[in-house]
Design a protein around this ligand. Structure first.
Ligand SMILES: [Zn+2]
Ligand SMILES: [Zn+2]
Length: 75
C-alpha cells in the first residue's frame, strides 16, 4: 500500500515513523509540498518524506501504521 510517513513519537517518547495511507486521488511526483492522508479530510503531511510501498503486515522497528489508515488499507 502506498503510504507516506509522519515523524512522531511512541508511548515511550522514542521517535518513530507513523505510516499513513496516501489520500485518495493523490498523484505523487516525488516533490510534493503536501500529502493528503486517507484517515483525515483536513489533515495531511506537510513537506512529506516521499512515499513507500508499505506492507499491511509491517513489522519493522520504529515503523508503524496509523491505526485508522490500516483499517482502510485492509478493506
Ligand atoms: Zn492515517
Ligand atoms: Zn507526493
Amino acid at each position: 500500500m502506498l503510504a507516506t510517513p509522519e515523524r512522531t513519537r511512541d508511548d515511550h517518547d522514542r521517535p518513530i515513523q507513523l505510516w499513513h495511507l496516501l489520500g485518495d486521488g493523490h498523484v505523487c511526483n516525488g516533490e510534493c509540498d503536501f500529502h493528503p492522508i486517507a484517515c483525515s479530510n483536513t489533515e495531511g503531511i506537510t513537506l512529506p518524506a516521499g512515499t513507500r510501498d508499505v506492507p499491511v503486515d509491517l513489522d519493522e522497528p520504529g515503523q508503524r501504521w496509523c491505526g485508522d489508515c490500516l483499517v482502510i488499507a485492509q478493506k
